[in-house]
Write a protein that binds this ligand. Structure first.
Ligand SMILES: Nc1ncnc2c1ncn2[C@@H]1O[C@H](COP(=O)(O)OP(=O)(O)OP(=O)(O)O)[C@@H](O)[C@H]1O
Length: 466
């Protein structure tokens, strides 16, 4: 029996359950997969993506998660369009081809269905087709950055003040000096790094964006230095390209460098000192040449005084420091970004939204503790609440709510992933894990079945399947 997109409502549609996709153990499971992987809602929205997919597509996870898969066809390549079309038709597909990053990949998309056959999501996996044949150092270069300067520039507003800072950044990159970007959250450090990394001066080079908050001590060596193919630690047998090798000849951007533990900072210092490293599982020293940009929204002076940031690392990364100004000091940027967002929104909005002069005054007077991110939220709120004109009552600045304490649940360990597991086994392992976790959280099989929207007989049969 075939199901088409229109049929899903008739078969108890279920989206991926937020409780599960937000669970750190499930995220750990996804990260442990040897290939790039993502979970998608049935409408094509990417709910979760792992770091390997981020690397293969050369798109930041923050840009992937929450967006529609099809949206990335332009930057990542037409292969993505094929996968999105298959999902739209609820069709399993396996495709191979080149991404815009010039990586040849095999990709597969499997539809996840409940017992009644209703589709509730999809699993996308992707692996590099020629990774095992990758010659050693120096002979083959991989470009990680696919975003063209044109794409990057369309959404980026450059005021005279930002232009001056960008010039300073471009000159520092040209000279090979390490740049530290500072500034409050949302001031645009990441965008700025991409902007100067894409400048004509930097040329078409890899730009590897590393979110340091995602790098635990255990992952640091593997993610930064990679794994030697065929070494005892190489479960995939294809090795793993580390961020440092990926950035060779280009730019390594360490975002929120203050999130690195002191131990990882020490390893980074030692690497920066010698510019050499060894892949995990190999003794061979390798050399990588790249230009370094780091960023933080914290006060580094305080962090050093507290003993949680190493001064020797500070002096290596802060050869040139560029402080991104807060939005409250840039009324011209508020106006330009608000105008541009409104234009983009009005391309699809009916009725078109106009800002009343009073609303515009509030925009100009606001202090923006969340900077550009907050401006965007305020406009989105107005888009959602106002009819044709945004009035002062539609001006809602987000207020930071106190952290919520989550109830503690019984821990169900994430399934381990065998090196050569088939896609079917992986999906089945994931399903069993969800069921067990739900039983632990809900206290009984009956309550778990109810919470998952399946009948108790199905749940019992599936949990016996192991
Ligand atoms: N000059 C700009 N013009 C338009 N939009 C911008 C500009 N700079 C940043 N943005 C937008 O503002 C938001 C926040 O930017 P970004 O993530 O670069 O901030 P950040 O300083 O790195 O934040 P954090 O410190 O929290 O990591 C993003 O949505 C980005 O697209």
């Amino acid at each position: 029996m075939k199901f088409y997109a229109n049929d899903i409502n008739a078969f108890a549609p279920r989206g991926l359950r937020p409780g599960f996709v937000d669970d750190p153990q499930f995220r750990g499971f996804l990260e442990a997969l040897p290939d790039g992987a993502a979970f998608l809602e049935i409408d094509g929205t990417i709910k979760l993506a792992n770091g390997k997919l981020e690397l293969l597509l050369n798109l930041a996870r923050a840009d992937l998660v929450g967006s529609e898969l099809a949206k990335h066809a332009k930057t990542a390549g037409p292969l993505i369009q094929k996968l999105a079309a298959a999902l739209h038709q609820l069709k399993r597909i396996e495709v191979s081809g080149a991404l815009n990053s010039q990586r040849n990949v095999f990709a597969s998309l499997s539809i996840l269905r409940n017992q009644e056959g209703g589709a509730y999501g999809a699993l996308l996996t992707m692996r590099e087709a020629n990774r095992q044949h990758r010659p050693n150092e120096g002979s083959e270069r991989f470009r990680f950055e696919t975003e063209t300067g044109e794409v990057a520039r369309t959404a980026y507003h450059i005021t005279p003040r930002l232009h001056g800072l960008a010039r300073k950044g471009e000159m520092a990159l040209e000279r090979g000096s390490a740049i530290l970007l500072t500034g409050e959250t949302g001031t645009g450090k990441t965008e700025f790094a991409k902007r100067i990394g894409h400048s004509d001066k930097a040329g078409a080079v890899p730009f590897v964006h590393v979110n340091c908050g995602m790098l635990s001590d255990e992952q640091f060596d593997v993610e930064m230095f990679g794994i030697e193919p065929g070494s005892p630690l190489d479960q995939s047998t294809r090795g793993k390209l580390g961020f440092i090798e990926a950035a060779d000849g280009g730019i390594l951007f360490l975002d929120q460098v203050t999130d690195l533990s002191v131990t990882s900072q020490m390893k980074l210092v030692s690497f920066l000192e010698t510019q050499t490293f060894s892949r995990v599982g190999s003794m061979q020293r390798r050399r990588a040449r790249f230009r370094l940009i780091t960023s933080t929204n914290l006060d580094l002076g305080n962090k050093i005084a507290e003993g949680v940031f190493r001064p020797d690392l500070f002096y290596r990364i802060a050869v040139v420091t560029i402080a991104l100004p807060p939005l409250r000091e840039q009324p011209d940027l508020v106006e330009a970004v608000a105008d541009q967002m409104l234009r983009r929104i009005n391309l699809i909005r009916k009725p078109q939204l106009r800002l009343s002069p009073e609303f515009t005054d509030l925009l100009q007077a606001h202090s923006y503790p969340g900077n550009l991110r907050e401006l965007s939220n305020i406009l989105e709120q107005a888009v959602a609440c106002a009819e044709g004109v945004a009035l002062p009552e539609h001006f809602m600045a987000p207020i930071l709510a106190p952290a919520r304490t989550e109830p503690k649940h019984m821990e169900v360990p994430a399934p381990s992933v065998p090196a050569h597991a088939s896609l079917k086994d992986l999906v089945q392992g994931f399903e069993t894990w969800i069921l067990e976790k739900s039983i632990a959280e809900n206290g009984s099989k009956r309550s778990a079945a109810k919470a998952l929207g399946i009948d108790i007989a199905t749940l019992v049969r599936k949990t016996k399947r192991k």
